[in-house]
Write a new protein. Sequence first.
Length: 309
Amino acid sequence: MKVIDMHCDALYKLQASKGKWNFQDSPELDVNFERLIEGDFMMQAFAIFLDPEIPVEHKWKKAVEQVNIFKQHVLHRGGIIHPLKKWSDLEELPEGKIGAVLTLEGVEPIGQSIERLEQLITAGVLSVGLTWNNANLAADGVEEKRAAGLTTFGKEIVSKLNEHKVFTDVSHLSIKSFWDVMELADYPIASHSNAKAVYGHQRNLDDDQIKAMIEKDAMIHVIFNPRFTNEAVSDSKIEDLIRHIDHIAELGGIRNIGFGSDFDGIQHHIEGISHAGEYPTFLAALQKHFSHEEIAGFASQNFLAHLPK
């Protein structure tokens, strides 16, 4: 069963390794080429994410470095990894290819420049999260005590994303920022978020947010991070994650559920799904709870039905 995963941080880890690891088969990477093959992937999204401690004046350079890592190391795997420059490319993905797409997790690298945002979109960024937990020039994140919403610049960014048919990602946003995005974005998405009613972490979505996403027919991709799944971080099971899927489904979102593992961005793993190659184990566990059609929806078909048009 083909898999689409909307979030991983392999580019960040490859950059941090300074050439020590390779995308082909380094076991230090949760997502590498061999594991994508093993997991039977249709598409993997690769986030451009920067350490918040990087000085502002260096952020653009570091983001461009990750784009180049994507081009030089993730692609060129005997032609099997196929870059997506627009979402319609996924619908036309040749048989036997794995789609790879760039996303942006926090707009800090662009500074105050819409032109830089457009450069990233041209490079293949097809989903943008305005911030990562903190506050920036575009929006407040979930850990910002002020808990404000989108700035004028943030609203300008969303307008530009709408124009280019790029997703606006609500994962990591403050409550106010979330609702601002829901009002303004044509293509909202949660790339890696779970249900707050199941486990009350601030990064998870509450029922009103989930219902709003479903009402707007937006995708919610559950995250495999034990910190957002259950209290026992070191003893997290697949069944704990299934409770989040169940809850979103019970709210009416059975056709809005996808996967956004956060592989390579997490320190702990859910037992039985510690890297991309173990997706078949996870999908097999879902068979106890959902039909084949529903599982195929979670794995890829729901996302394919929600591509920006």
